[in-house]
Design a protein around this ligand. Structure first.
Ligand SMILES: *Cc1c(COP(=O)(O)O)cnc(C)c1O
Length: 406
């Protein structure tokens, strides 16, 4: 039976429990009514009011009141994720993009300035490059954050936020989190890190100085490709603001069912990530050995220009460099599509961090091509290596290359 100590991530003698133990036990508990050793899904929209409800704060997230203000399945998941990220608190919202938007709209006010990585998830780019500046008068600078000097050079007196994504989607550029934190803090700004490609098993940005950690739970933390969610792990002072603005008043709360699914999926996070890490490294090395492959970008390869930084950031000795890589073939536009059409185990679809391997061809005309390194300009794939047998993935790639006559 899960004890209170375990709920705080500690064992009987006060030593911290390991990541796997915490992934299993935190967020779970015994259901008081039935004695079930799995917490139920609580789908109620509303909760019973006290005799005199007239002095209730209807925007409060502190008690069970209305599901948009916060609900039990969300809170169980939040408690687990705050512990795994090593932050004071966490708030779980409807998607990774909701978590990004909540962070930007909560931390930034009209007239403030933010610096952000030149490759990020496209919604972060859209929000910071276009929507927030045009609609809300927020100033932003887009920089290649993989060289920390570019962040320092972009700082202004009104800089309030530095937002980085590392490894970046889809270029796999790596940013030095500690260096970015130092620059942000010297300027009196906060550092937010989109850690989706790493998950807290591989890298814990809060331990490296980040103030705010964002994960798309849709990806590795749920891990089964069947629920959207996002988390912001940070100080309680910030999560309180996010709950008030983005959750209660913008309405970006997660559904109880998705929170439950993600909590269930996250139980096996450490096991899955170890397999993603090992398989992605093996696939990346194999691709690098093939004459038809023009380039491979994977932070675990010695050839990656920020391999040393990526290795330094890793949280633990059994961690690795994640499951996502990018590569290009020495062929034309149609050759890339022909290759994908011949794959039979790897699926052509967006997303990543699922059990199955997913590949997406990003052609030569992506609107952000000008921000990508030169080798990405002739078209490239993002490959999210899944949990199939590594040999099956390698044979699938070799077979597709041969069938596509590349
Ligand atoms: C997918 C993704 C997001 C967005 O997450 P959703 O859950 O799809 O909204 C944000 N950041 C990164 C790095 C992602 O890969």
């Amino acid at each position: 039976m899960t004890s209170d100590l375990v709920h705080h991530g500690e064992s009987f003698d006060g030593t911290p429990l390991g990541f796997a133990t915490k992934s299993i036990h935190l967020g779970n508990g015994v259901d008081a009514e039935t004695g079930a050793i799995r917490r139920p899904i609580t789908l109620a929209n509303a909760y019973a009011l006290p005799y005199d409800p007239s002095d209730i704060n209807w925007s409060s997230s502190d008690t069970n009141l209305y599901a948009r203000n916060g609900h039990p399945n969300q809170r169980y998941l939040e408690a687990k994720l705050a512990n795994l990220e090593n932050t004071e608190d966490a708030v779980v919202l409807a998607s990774g993009v909701a978590a990004l938007a909540a962070t930007f709209t909560t931390v930034l006010n009209r007239g403030d300035h933010a610096v952000f990585s030149d490759t990020t998830y496209v919604a972060a780019y859209r929000l910071l490059n276009q929507i927030l500046p045009e609609k809300y008068g927020i100033e932003t600078s887009i920089v290649d954050s993989s060289d920390a000097r570019n962040i320092a050079n972009a700082i202004r007196p009104n800089t309030k936020l530095v937002h980085i994504e590392t490894p970046a989607n889809p270029t796999l550029k790596v940013t030095d989190i500690e260096a970015a934190a130092t620059i942000a803090h010297d300027a009196g700004a906060l550092l937010s890190v989109d850690n989706t490609f790493n998950s807290p098993f591989n890298v814990r940005p809060a331990d490296l100085g980040a103030d705010i950690v964002i994960e798309s739970l849709t990806k590795y933390i749920n891990g089964h490709g069947d629920a959207l969610g996002g988390v912001i792990a940070t100080r309680k002072e910030v999560t309180d603001q996010i709950r008030f603005t983005y959750q209660v008043n913008y309405g970006g709360v997660i559904s109880p069912f998705n929170a439950w699914l993600i909590n269930r999926g996250s139980v096996t996070l450490p096991l899955r990530i170890k397999q993603h890490n090992a398989s992605a490294l093996a696939v990346a090395k194999h691709l690098e050995s093939l004459s038809q492959v023009r380039f491979v970008a994977y932070p675990g390869l010695q050839s990656h220009s920020h391999h040393e930084v990526a290795a330094r950031q890793i949280a633990r000795s059994d961690a690795g460099f994640g499951g996502v890589l990018a590569f290009g073939l020495d062929t034309d536009h149609d050759g890339h599509n022909r290759f994908v059409s011949k794959l039979s185990v790897i699926t052509s679809a967006v997303s990543l961090g699922h059990d199955e391997s997913l590949i997406v061809f990003l052609g030569e005309d992506d609107e952000r091509q000008y921000l990508y390194p030169q080798e990405f300009h002739r078209g490239f794939f993002r490959l999210a290596v899944g949990l199939e047998d590594t040999d099956d993935l390698i044979r699938d790639i070799d077979h597709a290359l041969a069938e596509a006559e590349l």
